[in-house]
Design a protein around this ligand. Structure first.
Ligand code: ATP
Ligand code: MG
Length: 591
């Protein structure tokens, strides 16, 4: 990336970034002090996420502040203050207690973007049970498989999801003792073998004392996105709240008075870590939109709700780009102060486009289900290098390493050398295990480092650049190529909306690079356009690593969390089995 393209962090802001001096913060930060910023349970009885997220604000000046504003699909609006959220989550914790759901028991939630999701998550944490969100779009089989792994005692879902997806497989969910149904029309449900959410809440007390909670007690089970294979169930502890609070402040730059909108699906780790915990612990107001992605609706929400901090994902940003800046210009989006993106590499084109369109660039950040919180980020006070994931957060020690055949690792200190991204163990939101896969968990840690499975490089200034996943890297004519670099170049072509590339076995080159491209509206697939796009890639990348083949597709297969599933492109191209496709978006919406 050349120097002209750096987007300077501007300092004429009225709101100063929370983290102004990055180098100094890195020198002085330590997690023990960050922990001191939490209140802790009254009577020094431990650390509980729900208390830090809600109850502590109720004993302070935020008691009547808006915590959540829910926007229904049909323009209904529901508001919840911190005090109301404390009350409702107390009710839910008492409901669990009355059903004999205990400390450590699993509670599954399949709710979509509903206020009850927040109530259930917080009430579950108060009861010291373990919360696990599922995508509302899952069909019966992915639900059954996840129940089998995590053995939850209780499931909360909506009446219509229950009818369509759970009732047919109820008998194959033996660990689930209770099912709570949220009725969409507020009329009590009367499905046999289930409980009605509103009646239970109504009958339960609003007083609840959170029992002693150790920071190491399990709080969440999060299934990974399933981009590279069968989803893994990562376990997180209550202590993770410290990282989510701090990264909300540093990486998302949350300030008092912010209106924050995280667009992530609640079935994905981002939906809870940054949809629920980070904003609530930071005491800001969160917008929840029930509806699915829609360009005009999204801009209207930003305008009407005066959203100041917006956290979304590259897929959505590429869809906004596809619709064009003209649409954005029809709305007043001047409330936006900080824009952030996660989940996939954010192509430089998208960063530059957002800067031009919104006056603020999207700030890419990197983390995983396993890390429980943002680890590497483009911070508000630092210049943005489009295409870079940014720098490690204070308290996070990242390294580029090489795995040795004897199982050890070697740290690569020179800049600009590709290797595996590793993190020194010991941050609070680190996962504590994969359910039912101790061995795999153990293998992630070598010599005090957690190995992420992602390849990256670090530049001279300490910025990290994503290369690809270890599983996705292509070996062509002696070169190791990450798909991201190739896809970003394809995206520069004005006709290209999305691109995914794979390695395809070739007797001469080992692998050749094959591209799958979706076009912007108004562009027609054809041989001329194919030649033109391949030519553009060759000019920019050089013949050695440019794609040799290109197929036009209507859309790319992606996970529910918005990640291109290259393994599926490859399997389909080579006629191999498709593997676990439970999180595939198109498949999930049709069931
Ligand atoms: P699975 O582990 O089941 O294959 P997954 O890795 O996609 O799925 P998540 O934990 O949701 O599941 O995603 C984390 C991964 O997403 C990271 O390891 C990385 O590959 C990718 N990712 C996240 N943020 C970024 C980013 N800013 N830039 C590049 N890649 C990113
Ligand atoms: Mg992963």
């Amino acid at each position: 990336m050349n120097h002209e393209s750096i987007i300077k962090s501007h300092h004429e802001r009225t709101v100063l970034p929370n983290l102004l001096d990055y180098e100094q913060a890195c020198r002085h930060f330590n997690w023990a002090e960050a922990l001191d910023e939490m209140n802790g349970l009254p009577g020094r009885t431990g650390l509980n996420i729900a208390f830090e997220a809600v109850d502590r604000h109720v004993i302070g000046p935020r008691r009547d502040q808006l915590a959540l504003r829910w926007l229904g699909r049909n323009d209904e609006v529901r508001d919840y203050t911190f005090t109301q959220l404390r009350g409702l989550s107390n009710h839910f914790a008492n409901v669990l207690r009355s059903l004999d759901i205990r400390e450590g028991d699993g509670v599954f939630a399949m709710l979509g973007r509903l206020p009850e999701l927040y109530v259930a998550a917080l009430g579950t944490l108060k009861n010291r049970s373990v919360f696990c969100p599922l995508y509302a779009a899952f069909g019966p089989e992915p639900i059954r498989a996840r129940v089998e792994i995590a053995q939850p005692r209780l499931l909360i879902t909506t009446e219509s999801l229950y009818r369509r997806k759970i009732a047919p497989i109820r008998d194959s969910l033996p660990s689930v003792r209770h099912i709570i149904l949220v009725s969409e029309d507020h009329q009590p449900t009367s499905m046999p073998g289930t409980h009605d959410y509103h009646s239970l809440i109504y009958d339960a007390s609003g007083q609840f004392t959170i029992g002693p909670t150790n920071g190491e007690d399990p709080a969440f089970i999060h299934f990974t996105s399933g981009t590279t294979g069968r989803p893994k169930a990562a376990v997180h502890a209550h202590e993770s709240v410290v990282a989510q609070y701090i990264t909300g402040r540093y990486a998302l730059d949350l300030h008092d008075g912010d209106i924050y909108w995280c667009t992530a699906d609640p079935g994905w780790v981002t939906g809870t870590a940054y949809g629920i915990i980070a904003p609530l612990t930071n005491g800001v107001t969160t917008i929840i939109d029930e509806a699915e992605f829609n360009v005009e609706r999204w801009y209207r929400i930003i305008e009407e709700q005066k959203v100041s901090v917006w956290y979304t994902a590259p897929t959505a940003i590429r869809m906004l780009m596809r619709a064009g800046s003209e649409v954005a210009q029809r709305y007043d989006l001047s409330s936006l102060r900080f824009l952030a993106s996660v989940g996939e590499p954010l192509n430089p084109e998208a960063v530059v486009w957002s800067h031009r369109t919104f006056g603020e660039p999207f700030h890419d950040n990197w983390w995983q289900t396993e890390t429980g919180g943002i680890m590497i980020a483009n911070l508000a006070a630092l210049d943005v290098h489009p295409g870079s994931m940014g720098k490690p957060l204070p308290g996070v020690e990242a390294a580029i390493v090489e795995r040795k055949p004897d199982g050890s690792i070697q740290i690569i200190n020179e800049p600009n050398v590709e290797g595996e991204l590793a993190l020194r163990s010991g941050w609070p939101s680190m996962f504590r295990g994969y359910l039912n896969d101790e061995e795999r968990y153990r293998q992630c840690f070598v010599d005090g480092y957690y190995l992420t499975g992602d390849l990256a490089r670090r530049d001279e200034e300490g910025g990290y650049w994503f290369v690809g996943r270890r599983d996705d890297v292509i070996k062509t004519s002696g070169h190791l190529v990450g798909p991201f670099e190739i896809e970003s170049v394809l995206l520069e072509h004005p006709a290209v909306a999305e691109a995914g590339v794979i390695g395809k076995p070739d007797p001469l080159a080992g692998e050749i690079i094959k591209a799958f491209v979706a076009l912007k509206p108004g562009s027609e697939p054809g041989d001329n356009l194919r030649r033109e796009i391949l030519g553009h890639a060759r000019t920019r990348l050089g013949a050695a690593i440019a794609p040799k083949e290109l197929d036009f597709v209507a859309e790319l297969p992606r996970t529910r969390s918005g990640k291109i599933m290259r393994r599926l492109l490859r399997a389909r191209e080579l006629g191999l089995p498709e593997g676990d496709i439970s999180t595939l978006e198109t498949q999930a919406t049709t069931d």
